[in-house]
Design a protein around this ligand. Sequence first.
Ligand SMILES: [Ca+2]
Length: 160
Amino acid sequence: MSRKGKFYSNVPEQIVENLTLCNTFITVFFVFQTGCGGKITNIFASSGTITSPNYPSNYGSHADCSWRITVPNGFVVRLTFIVFDLESSRNCRYDYVKVEDTSGSLIGLYCGTKAQFTVSSSGRSLYVRFRSDKNVNKGGFRASFTAVNRRPPPGKTFVA
Ligand SMILES: [Ca+2]
């Protein structure tokens, strides 16, 4: 009797079409979101956490997310990957996390499933890039960073 009732009872094809359009939109939005647009997130802090997109749910396809972590002068960055679960591939050519030192030199290229591990910068900043390819998406990563004294406190003997 109402237009709404008529719509639902008489035009089911249109509903299906609308749902399809809706799903297409969601998919496009999802890919866009997980891609991070290749943008770098600049973080200025003494400690914090970074995660792959959608964490702890699986990351999406075609993700490209970067972080530049900068800690106060006189400190270096110590970054610990607490959870790490990426698609495994030879030379990490599909999904990977790349970590670069303050100077831009490569610290490591990581993929697959790894136990907790830690990387440290030589200067006050560290660059992290996460990328995924078109398929096989895993749980991703969660990593915490903290600023660590570059030099030992005055009067103390430094032991490596
Ligand atoms: Ca993948």
